[in-house]
Design a protein around this ligand. Sequence first.
Ligand SMILES: O=C(O)c1cc(=O)[nH]c(=O)n1[C@@H]1O[C@H](COP(=O)(O)O)[C@@H](O)[C@H]1O
Length: 235
Amino acid sequence: MTPKERIFVAIDTPDINKATELAKALSGEVGGIKIGKELFTAQGPNAVRGAVGGEPLFVDLKFHDIPNTVAGAIRSSLHMRPFMVNVHASGGKAMMQAAAEAARETSEDLGLPRPIVLAVTVLTSMDDNDLSDVGQKGPAAEQVERLALLAKGSGIDGVVCSSKEIKLLRKACGPDFKLVVPGIRPTWANAGDQKRIMTPRDAIEAGADYLVIGRPITGAEDPVAAARRIVEELN
Ligand SMILES: O=C(O)c1cc(=O)[nH]c(=O)n1[C@@H]1O[C@H](COP(=O)(O)O)[C@@H](O)[C@H]1O
């Protein structure tokens, strides 16, 4: 895989025209497009698929509910023909098993390739203090490892983690477990609300499979130039 193919651009906007324009402009510049709660909630599944065109799609809806509901949501999300989908690992083992099983069964029924099913560990916007506020046992890296091992044991293909945990998880979960990493900030971009961050190059060197990058590209005056600059830095 080339470095470029490892980049998924997060298009976070409620505006379908803006999303379509960005996806079109960035087609071929990156590996795929990530659509999340903002566009999906405003525009729905058909619009999402329409906006993204033929690019690989990461449907990031971070399901977190009882197993039956999450399985149903995964089944529904497969109609968007995603390359990747995700749930929250903190929903627990039975929930993750139900998600993995629903993805396998539904893709077979629809005759589609099975998407990569990911579990979100600790959000990249949270640090050790935020974790203790919600009663989760930190430090963040330990909680991430705990959830990643639980996800792996539940039949999940990989996790969404921060760049700070890549090396730890590669060791703990093996070479085939997918590590998808948001909280990516080139030296020339603002951190914004992200707390556990790293540059694209350092994250790839640490062993990330995919980088999720939003505002450093979509918020730039020239998103295509920003994407190219990141790819150049990776090469
Ligand atoms: O699941 C995700 O994609 C995700 C998990 C996480 O822990 N942190 C995180 O930032 N994300 C998503 O990754 C994207 C990051 O966007 P930027 O901060 O603009 O680069 C957003 O769409 C987030 O919803």
